[in-house]
Design a protein around this ligand. Structure first.
Ligand code: NDP
Length: 361
C-alpha cells in the first residue's frame, strides 16, 4: 500500500489535515499572499521552493544581512530590488503593500524580536520552530500578534505531512486499541561552528532543535498534554562543541490517561527521527517520521502489516504549510498550529531542562 493523492485528500476531508493540498484556484500575483522571507539560510531555501508550488502564495520581499545573496535570490523569485531589506531597515516593510506576511527563518533567539517587529508593521507571521528561547518571549509574541490583529503560526511542518496525519488517524480510529506507550527520537551529529552550539542564539541544544519533533509528535499522536515530565541530559564528547549547550537529552512524559512516552535527542549520533506507538491490538510507527521527504508509515494490527512510503518529494511539506497559512489569512481562519501550540512546547521544553538540571535560553 502507498499513500496516494486520494488518501491525502481523504485525510483532509476527515479534518485531520487543516490543509495539506493547494485548496484555492490559481490566483494572480496581486491576490496571492506575499511573504517577506527573513533570514536567507537553509530552511528558507526549502520554504521558498515550496511557495513556488502553491497557488495562493508568493515570495514578495527578502530580509537579509547579505545584500549580494539577497540580490541573487531576488532575481530567482522575481522580487524587486526595492523589496530587499537589511535587518536594520526591516521596520520599513510596514509601507510595502506587496507584503502581507513574513516567514521568520532566523536563529532561534531572534524569532521573538522579528515576530514582534513584523506584527507592529501589520504583517501576519509564520515563525520557525522552536518558537522562541523562553516562555516569556513566546507569550510576548502571541500578545504582540493579538494586539496588532495579525495571525501567528508556528512552522510545525509535520502537522501538514501525510505520514504523520495517517498515523494520527489510525490511532484515533482505535486500530491499535488504547495507546499504552510511545518511543520517539531525533538527533544528528553536529558540526563544530554551527550557531546551534551557541546558546545565546539557540537557547538550547538538540532538544530545542530536533528533540522538539519527538515532543510535539507525542502530543499530536496521543491528543493529550503531558502531566509529568522527568529528564536527564549529558555531554559525552568534550571536544569543544558542547561548552554552552547539552549533547544528549532523554526524557519521559506521563500523560493523563497513563500513556508513557520515552524520548531521546542528541547532537552526538545519527538518530533518525522516528516514533513507535504501542497498543493492545498492535502498533503504529513512522520511520523516518520527520524528514523533508521519504517518510514511511509502518503498522501492524488486525493481522495486517502496513508499509507505506510517502512518495511526495521535498519541498511538498513547505508547500502545504505556506498554502495553509495563506488560506487562513485569506479566509480569516485560525491556523492549525498557532502561537499557542508553540508556547505549549516551550513550556514543556523548559520543564524538561529543569528536570535535567539545565535551563532554557
Ligand atoms: P541557517 O544558519 O541556515 O540560516 C539562518 C539565517 O539567519 C542565516 O542564513 C542568516 O541569513 C540569518 N542570520 C541572521 N543573523 C544570524 C546570526 N547571528 N547567525 C546565523 N545566521 C543569522 O539556519 P537554518 O535555516 O537551519 O535555521 C533557521 C531556523 O529554522 C531555526 O529556527 C531552525 O530551528 C529552523 N529550522 C526549521 C526546520 C524545519 O524543518 N522546520 C529545519 C531547519 C531549521 P542572512 O545571511 O540572509 O542574513
Amino acid at each position: 500500500m502507498t499513500l496516494t493523492r486520494r488518501e491525502f485528500t481523504r485525510l483532509s476531508a476527515l479534518g485531520i489535515a487543516a490543509s495539506v493540498a493547494p485548496s484555492l484556484p490559481a490566483q494572480s500575483s496581486s491576490t496571492k499572499t506575499g511573504y517577506a522571507i527573513i533570514g536567507l539560510g537553509r530552511i528558507a531555501d526549502h520554504f521558498m521552493a515550496g511557495i513556488l508550488n502553491t497557488s495562493n502564495s508568493r515570495v514578495a520581499a527578502l530580509v537579509s544581512g547579505h545584500r549580494d545573496k539577497a540580490e541573487r535570490i531576488a532575481a530567482q523569485y522575481g522580487v524587486p530590488s526595492e523589496s530587499i531589506y537589511s535587518y536594520e531597515k526591516f521596520d520599513e516593510i510596514a509601507k510595502n503593500k506587496d507584503v502581507q506576511a513574513v516567514y521568520v527563518a532566523l536563529p532561534n533567539s531572534m524569532h521573538a524580536e522579528y515576530t514582534i517587529r513584523a506584527a507592529k508593521a501589520g504583517k501576519h507571521v509564520l515563525c520557525e520552530k522552536p518558537m522562541s528561547t523562553s516562555v516569556a518571549d513566546a507569550e510576548a509574541m502571541i500578545a504582540a500578534c493579538k494586539a496588532a490583529n495579525v495571525k501567528l503560526m508556528i512552522a510545525y511542518r509535520c502537522h501538514y505531512e501525510p505520514t504523520n496525519l495517517k498515523a494520527v488517524q489510525l490511532i484515533r480510529s482505535g486500530a491499535i486499541g488504547q495507546v499504552q506507550a510511545i518511543e520517539s527520537a531525533f538527533g544528528f551529529p553536529i558540526a563544530a561552528g554551527e550557531w546551534r552550539l551557541n546558546k545565546n542564539l539557540s537557547g538550547g541544544g538538540p532538544l530545542v532543535d530536533v528533540g522538539i519533533y519527538a515532543l510535539n509528535a507525542c502530543r499530536y499522536l496521543t491528543g493529550e498534554e503531558p502531566a509529568h515530565i522527568s529528564a536527564f541530559a549529558s555531554v559525552i564528547d568534550h571536544d569543544g562543541r558542547f561548552n554552552t549547550v547539552e549533547e544528549n537529552v532523554s526524557w519521559t512524559m506521563k500523560f493523563p490517561s497513563g500513556i508513557v512516552a520515552s524520548c531521546n535527542t542528541t547532537y552526538g549520533a545519527l538518530m533518525g527521527g522516528y516514533f513507535r506507538v504501542h497498543g493492545p491490538k498492535g502498533w503504529v510507527a513512522a520511520d523516518p517520521a520527520f524528514n523533508y521527504d521519504g517518510n514511511r508509515l509502518l503498522a501492524s494490527f488486525d493481522g495486517k502489516q502496513l508499509d507505506e512510503p510517502n512518495p511526495a518529494r521535498d519541498p511538498y511539506q513547505f508547500t502545504a504549510q505556506a498554502d495553509h497559512f495563506s488560506h487562513c489569512i485569506q479566509y480569516g481562519l485560525e491556523p492549525k498550529t498557532p502561537g499557542e501550540e508553540g508556547l505549549r512546547d516551550m513550556r514543556y521544553i523548559a520543564e524538561i531542562y529543569r528536570s535535567a538540571g539545565l535551563t532554557l535560553g
